[in-house]
Design a protein around this ligand. Structure first.
Ligand SMILES: C[C@H](O)[C@@H](O)CC(=O)C(=O)O
Ligand SMILES: [Mg+2]
Length: 368
């Protein structure tokens, strides 16, 4: 039986998250979480859905790739626009199938308790201390035990915010910090040393995401303080991850379902991380990244690592309502998705309202 693709549409869908500083960090002060959203129609009525994530204007870069450009036009095979443009979610029911064919024990545990998650949505850099306190209180009540705080713009602010959150979560909950590439190598080491009293488990993206040896130097300098280096959300290929692992430049692998183009590229990184015995703690959030990455992390646990030690998946509490099968979080754990597919179909009404620049939401903002 063969079927034909009869139409492909790509839409520029943006959410005005910058208005309330959701997603803000030391490098991205006004992100509008966005997608280049693809729908494929076939002659038998089946449809395919997929997207890649951007911070708004980035959609203008990845979108032509989503339309039709073949890979490698003027770019290296591992160039960043290629993989990001290919970060689409046509996973079919691969993951549901996989869960049936391996040992039942990890599968049962996932079905019962889910995969452990941490939250970033209490402490975006643009949030006030008052909002941070409120969100942290709510998160603790809902069972969250692992929290990530944005740092890197101003050391005094970082000390105050880390102290505040550490006081709120207590000594036994987990704190991570994320600088989003803001520092050079020496600055990263001294800045993070000043935050060591707050006992962060990791510093994320301390410097340029391409500086593998820089990350190795930071890892070495911070190891005696018990602080690991986490990176990967901007890492666009398995080749980069291979070198990070070979150089002992990271202690936590942060795959990103869209930045690494395709499920296959992500699986290659999961296998390498397992070989090097480095835990995978995926980047997620944005719009739709939690929906996609939940499949990858369940695959990692059930089929590759078989371990939850030092492992957790990022969660942010924004924009899930725009998906037909949003993630289910229970007691700070991702519960396995029950629907077949890669959870990447968006609600048509949401797509229409947020289409840029002529959806109703944007018309209102632009005409203000
Ligand atoms: C711009 C994004 O919101 C970024 O800050 C996300 C990120 O670094 C993370 O979630 O980790
Ligand atoms: Mg980050």
């Amino acid at each position: 039986m063969s079927h034909k693709i009869i139409n492909v549409t790509v839409r520029d869908v943006r959410f005005p998250t910058s208005l309330e500083q959701h997603g803000s960090d030391a490098m991205h002060t006004d992100p509008d979480y966005s997608t280049a959203y693809v729908v494929i129609d076939t002659d038998c009525g089946l449809k395919g859905f997929g997207f890649t994530f951007t911070l708004g204007k980035g959609t203008e870069i990845v979108r032509p790739r989503e339309r039709s450009d073949p890979p490698g036009h003027g770019c290296s095979p591992e160039c960043c626009v290629g993989p990001v443009g290919e970060g689409r979610g046509q996973g079919g029911d691969l993951f549901i199938t996989c869960m049936g064919c391996f040992s039942r024990l990890p599968e049962d545990l996932m079905l019962k308790e889910g995969y452990p998650a941490y939250t970033t949505s209490c402490a975006w850099l643009g949030y006030s201390d008052q909002l941070l306190k409120q969100l942290c209180t709510d998160a603790l009540k809902s069972g969250w035990t692992k929290f990530k705080v944005k740092v890197g713009a101003d050391l005094e602010d970082d000390i105050r915010r880390c102290r505040l959150i550490r006081q709120m979560i207590g000594p036994s909950n987990t704190l991570m910090i994320d600088a989003n590439q803001r520092w050079d190598v020496a600055e990263a080491i001294s800045w993070v040393s000043s935050l060591a009293e707050f006992k962060p488990l990791w510093i994320e993206e301390p410097t340029s995401p391409d500086d593998i040896l820089g990350h190795a130097a930071i890892s070495k300098a911070l190891a005696p303080l018990g602080i690991g280096v986490a990176t990967g959300e901007q890492c666009h290929s398995r080749v980069m991850f291979k070198q990070f692992l070979q150089a002992s430049a990271l202690q936590f692998v942060q795959i990103d379902s869209c930045r690494l183009g395709s499920v296959n590229e992500n699986l290659a990184v999961l296998l390498m991380a397992h070989k090097f015995q480095v835990p995978v703690c995926p980047h997620a959030g944005g719009v739709g990244l939690c929906e996609l990455v939940q499949h990858l992390i369940l695959f990692d646990y059930i089929c590759v690592s078989g371990s939850l030690s030092n492992r957790m998946c990022e969660y942010v509490d924004h924009l899930h309502e725009h998906f037909t099968s949003p993630v289910v979080i229970h007691n700070a754990h991702y519960m396995p998705p029950k629907e077949p597919g890669y959870s990447c179909e968006m609600l048509e009404s949401s797509v229409q309202r947020h289409q840029y620049p002529d959806g109703d939401v944007w018309k209102m903002i632009i005409n203000k």
